[in-house]
Design a protein around this ligand. Structure first.
Ligand code: 6R9
Length: 644
């Protein structure tokens, strides 16, 4: 039994016995279980069919509640108006602590979203159209999401830190009719010129995509007449009343681009009914959310965590959700805790990378604030190391707040494995137990056989569908099947490795594919490689992750230059800036090593396993290098390894 972990929450929704009982019901009779829990949201036309899913390689399909109809924004707003119209739905905390926070009630939210929805209609957006959001973390981001949902348009949010090129790829990939942006995004005391980025992204746009601009900074922006529209100009002309569109449970709600191990990011498609049931249920049970609590998820709405746990889950539950525009270290490393004190936050959910960054600044910044409102803490995005877990527990939770370490993915829509705070004695660093309806299995990576029993390790797959699961890759169902259902037939393959300990608890060991996790941001090494080789001086590039004390993983690039190029530190900087410009600041390389040659098999395949070991400074376990076309390149790379 682990010591030094907080006690279970005494009056939680789910205690140990209830977890066992509900979990057994959820896997023994998924139809019955979800048929019942699907009723937690309001349906216009109730479903009669609950589950029609198959992971069989030649027939992958996922449908939940397929003959039911509903509207997500009505579930997040209208149904709360009678009982909690005056309650705060969204607390907005701006970047600058001296600017006033906003409290938006459900009543106000209804008007804002109704207005936004009518503005979208004025812009010609109709049911089924795609709308890209490229916005700061301001309430308008939530209004825009809910407004799309209200009229049946499909939103695709692009994180405001992505470059114009990355934005253009997503606008084109989704065939968006409209991009919604702001003049600028203040963050950490600096402003990102979002509208400028959109101008660049739409420069070669052939879809006729228009641009709706919300005012945030009031800065001057370059304007393209006939294409660009100020939100305020339309908002003052339209009604705030917009009836919700009746949507089928399986109509798409949003597309969210995410990185995989190969090729360009894929558009993960989530649909209406199952997603909302799953997001709201996980929000309530994982965080033990109770009426009146103030819930704060520090993610950006550009990531799935922001979709499910800033907007859809909390609002479907009638919660008060906090939206923070800034960063943890501005104006100083006490900002998170200052905001917790100011708004009396009850549940706080963040990423291990943020905890590690703040840990490095000392405990003084935490001790300054009264954190007694906190009941529960959460983490997401990457494995949390014990040092960070203990620091979080001792200094933020004061040893009394359970920490839920939630393992899940853009693809899964909501939490897949996490301890529940009233049911599971915590183990620092473990995702521990499957959520209801989730059937994890450990497979032997080579044979693909199921590994039974405890005290085992392998790759993590899921045996059957859950309502929050992604339905397809936008416009490419084949890629969906290839990516998730082909390596291990009959299962959903997560891309993660895991260990099941002696007690049957799960520990995520990290990605087993070419996806890296930098400060909780997911990235395909292939994306960074293709950005590098797009530079005229680069002939070839191979990118791997390596352990980084704060970011979790850093980006290590091996670069082979064109024959007539001379390596220099200046060129390294040029390439690093280039990648930053091509993809965005989150993809900026940490290390570039010149590689006169890369280790390749005789068939020309780059042996990343070896490159990973060199980047990790682990030269003793390089494995068999004799199959390489030219084994001597390995010695050269080891000799010239760069320090991360
Ligand atoms: C929600 C989100 C998914 C990948 C996932 C895994 C890693 C997420 C984790 C975790 C260990 C946790 N990951 N949560 N690893 N423990 N609690 O992060 O989605 O951006 O799609 O990333 O993140 O490797 O496969 P996404």
């Amino acid at each position: 039994m682990p010591k030094d972990t907080p006690d279970l929450l005494p009056d939680a929704h789910i205690d140990a016995a209830r977890y066992e009982e509900m979990y057994a019901a959820s896997v023994n009779d998924p139809e019955g279980f979800w048929g019942e829990h699907g009723k937690r949201i309001d349906w216009i036309k109730p479903y009669t069919k609950v589950k029609d899913t198959s992971f069989a390689h030649d027939n992958v399909h996922v449908k939940w509640f397929e003959d039911g109809t509903l509207n997500v924004s009505a579930n997040c707003i209208d149904r709360h108006l009678e009982s909690r119209g005056d309650q705060t739905a969204i607390i907005f905390e701006p970047d600058d602590p001296n600017d006033e926070a906003k409290h938006i009630t459900y009543e106000q939210l209804a008007k804002e979203v109704g207005t936004f929805a009518n503005v979208l209609k004025e812009c010609g957006v109709r049911k089924g159209d795609r709308v890209v959001l490229y916005l700061p973390m301001i309430p308008e981001a939530a209004y825009a999401m809910l407004a799309c949902a209200r009229i049946g348009a499909i939103h695709s949010i692009v994180f405001a830190g992505f470059s114009p090129d990355a934005l253009a790829a997503r606008v084109n990939g989704s065939g968006a009719k409209l991009v919604i942006t702001a003049d600028g995004a203040p963050r950490g005391g600096r402003v990102t010129e979002l509208k400028d980025n959109v101008n660049k992204a739409l420069l070669h746009n052939v879809l006729g995509t228009r641009c709706l601009v919300v005012k945030r900074t009031g800065d001057q922006v370059a304007w393209v007449g006939g294409r660009d529209i100020w939100y305020d100009d339309l908002a003052e002309r339209v009604s705030s009343d917009c009836p919700p569109e009746e949507m089928n449970a399986e109509d798409p709600l949003f597309i969210l681009y995410t990185s995989g191990s190969t090729g360009q990011p894929k558009g993960v498609v989530h649909t209406t009914g199952g997603y909302l049931v799953y997001a709201s249920m996980t929000h309530e049970y994982t965080f033990d959310y109770k009426d009146g609590d103030v819930f704060w998820c520090t993610a950006d709405v550009g990531w799935v965590t922001g979709h499910s746990y800033i907007v859809y889950g909390p609002l479907a539950n009638g919660a008060t959700t906090l939206m923070f525009e800034g960063v943890p270290t501005y104006p100083d490393a006490g900002r998170f805790w200052q905001v917790c004190e100011k708004h009396k936050v009850n549940q706080f959910y963040t990423a291990p990378t943020a905890i590690r960054a703040l840990m490095g600044k000392g405990t003084g910044f935490v001790e300054k604030y009264d954190l007694s409102s906190l009941k529960l803490l959460g983490t997401v995005g990457e494995p949390i190391n014990p040092e960070a877990w203990n620091w979080y527990n001792e200094n933020v939770g004061k040893g009394t707040c359970p920490i839920v370490d939630t393992w899940w993915q853009t693809e899964t829509g909501g939490h897949m494995m996490t301890p529940l705070p009233g049911a599971h004695t915590l183990k620092p660093g473990a995702a521990q137990k499957p959520f209801f309806g989730v059937q994890p299995l450990v497979l032997d990576p080579t044979s693909g056989e199921v590994v039974e029993g405890n005290g085992v390790e392998g790759v993590l797959v899921i045996a059957d569908s859950w309502p929050g699961q992604m339905r397809t890759v936008y416009g490419d169902h084949d890629r969906f099947v290839q990516t998730y259902f082909s390596d291990y037939k009959g299962y959903y393959f997560s891309g993660d490795g895991c260990r099941r300990d002696a007690d049957g608890d799960y520990w995520i060991t990290g990605r087993v594919d070419d996806v890296i996790n930098v400060s909780g941001h997911r990235m395909g090494t292939a994306e960074v490689e293709s950005a590098l080789v797009a530079h005229e001086t680069v002939s070839e590039a191979a990118v791997v992750g390596y352990p980084h004390p704060v970011k979790g993983q850093g980006i290590y690039c091996y670069v082979t230059l064109m024959n007539d190029e001379t390596p220099s530190d200046e060129l390294k900087k040029t390439l690093s800036d280039w990648v930053r410009r091509e993809i965005g600041p989150i993809a900026k390389p940490d290390v570039i090593q010149w590689a006169p040659g890369l280790p390749k098999t005789r068939s020309g395949k780059i042996m990343r396993r070896i490159l990973r070991k060199i980047a990790e400074n682990d030269f003793d376990s390089l494995g068999d290098t004799s199959t390489l076309a030219d084994p001597s390149v390995v010695d050269e790379l080891i000799e010239n390894r760069e320090k991360g």
